[in-house]
Write a protein that binds this ligand. Structure first.
Ligand SMILES: Cc1cc2nc3c(=O)[nH]c(=O)nc-3n(C[C@H](O)[C@H](O)[C@H](O)COP(=O)(O)OP(=O)(O)OC[C@H]3O[C@@H](n4cnc5c(N)ncnc54)[C@H](O)[C@@H]3O)c2cc1C
Length: 416
């Protein structure tokens, strides 16, 4: 029996954005700021999900600054990483030095992503054209004469439909919109997955190293003030085998790579505390069809390697707004406009993905397979430790990436 209390909510917008991650929220903010009537649909009821990355890169901070929001952003609880270090066996590797970046902020801000998204969306609400609807999951597309005219979906109040001149898919690497729009995905493959878990943090814990490498093991430890968010990298498909060896063996593996967790690893008592995050690297052949455009991970799913996916998603949003604000305000978005977005952002995404795949094949996977031993430092880390210019080059690649974007869109009237 259908539930009589469920209704179909009908909305219209000039632009409908599926997904309230970094790409969707920043694009929603920029469009509304320029006076484009926009609705952002996010399937979760809040942003508090611990498996979002925490990195806000110097080029994203530059965008925040161009929007006049830097001062208040820096008030959020955060850590500033001016250098990146990794622990390779018993060696410390100085990986990146951000001190000479051509940006205002010469550091990566480590901010829980829910804080970043809440920050951007609360500022977005100052603009009358901004609507963010939580618990609105997009499940389908409205299509007429081979053109996408908006989306359909479900919320706790029932079904909904949003008619829009343009639909932007910012719904991440499992994008429903790109699938429904039948856009062709080119899978580049990723040989790794990530196990995501937390451990309490103590005041005398080591601070600096982000990446920790021991024999056949690789873990990233993110300081979230009162706990460590740990990303333990495994070969793809190995989780069942790891589970079959039992929790005590897994706890020992964690201690091998991060000995300081030895006094609290016992708190891992159930596999339910460990989340498997599957890593994918892919991109769309064509990012658009009439009425729909994909950006961020929906257009090019990124690996966690280098922690650059959030920055790319934000840069995609900035470029999309720069190119599409005028056509959206004029209510005429052509295929050529959408193609301009792809042409602008495809190169940075593809170069970054190539570098990530290189790192998978020549660093991460060989470490997991035991082909790179940790008893001596390989050549590249040795060069990194020796040459500061090399660390600055790496910082450039991570901190601003290829083709950083700048805000060129106007600001419409905000609410008082
Ligand atoms: C394990 C792992 C760790 C990572 N760590 C980092 C890191 O530390 N730093 C970094 O820069 N990058 C990291 N990345 C990459 C990064 O997460 C992505 O590149 C980045 O989040 C892409 O942003 P996005 O806005 O395109 O998509 P997402 O961040 O995936 O956001 C998509 C949003 O859409 C919502 N959504 C999905 N489907 C629907 C739907 N049908 N209807 C409505 N809403 C929907 C989701 O709830 C989500 O809020 C990591 C990736 C992985 C796999």
């Amino acid at each position: 029996m259908p539930d009589e209390t469920l209704t179909t909510e009908k909305l219209t917008a000039t632009c409908c954005i599926a997904g309230g991650g970094p790409a969707g929220v920043v694009l929603g903010y920029l469009l509304a700021r320029a006076g484009v009537d926009v609705v952002v649909l996010e399937k979760h009821k809040d942003f508090f999900r611990d498996f979002r990355g925490d990195t806000v890169h110097p080029s994203t901070l530059e965008v925040v600054r161009e929007l006049g929001l830097l001062e208040s952003f820096l008030q959020l609880p955060q850590q500033e990483f001016r250098h990146l270090e990794a622990q390779f066996g018993n060696f410390t590797v100085h990986v990146a030095d951000f001190s000479r970046l051509p940006t205002h902020c010469k550091f990566i801000a480590i901010v829980p992503q829910w804080d970043f998204l809440n920050f951007m969306s609360s500022h977005g609400k100052r603009y009358p054209a901004f609507r963010l609807l939580m618990e609105h999951e997009v499940t389908g597309l409205l299509e007429e004469a081979n053109e996408i005219r908006g989306v359909t979906g479900r919320s706790p109040r029932g079904d909904f439909a949003v008619r829009a001149l343009l639909t932007v898919a910012a719904d991440g690497r499992h994008s429903v919109v790109r699938e429904r729009a039948q856009l062709k995905v080119i899978d580049l493959g990723a040989p790794i997955d990530v196990l995501w878990m937390g451990f309490p943090r103590k005041p005398d814990d080591p601070e600096s190293a982000l990446g920790r490498i021991a024999d056949r093991k690789f873990m990233v430890t993110i300081n979230r003030k009162d706990y460590w968010q740990c990303a333990f990298v495994i070969s793809k498909g190995d989780f069942d085998e790891i589970k079959s060896r039992g929790l005590p063996a897994f706890r020992q593996t964690i201690v091998d790579v991060a000995p300081f967790l030895g006094d609290r690893v016992q708190e891992l008592t159930d596999w339910d505390q460990v989340k498997l995050l599957s890593v994918a690297v892919d991109h769309l052949e064509k990012w658009h069809r009439p009425g729909v455009l994909c950006i961020g991970d929906a257009a090019h799913a990124m690996s966690p390697v280098g922690g650059v996916g959030i920055n790319l998603a934000v840069q995609d949003a900035v470029a999309t707004a720069n190119i599409l604000v005028r056509p959206l305000l004029a209510r005429r978005v052509s295929a050529a406009d959408l193609e301009r977005v792809q042409r602008r952002r495809e190169f940075p995404a593809k170069v970054t993905q190539r570098l990530q795949i290189f790192a998978h094949e020549h660093v991460v996977f060989p470490i997991l397979q035991g082909q790179i031993k940790t008893d001596r430092l390989p050549l590249f880390p040795r060069l990194l430790n020796r040459y500061v210019w090399l660390r600055r080059l790496v910082a450039r690649g991570i901190g601003t990436g290829v083709r950083p974007e700048h805000v060129h869109t106007p600001e419409a009237q905000a609410r008082k």
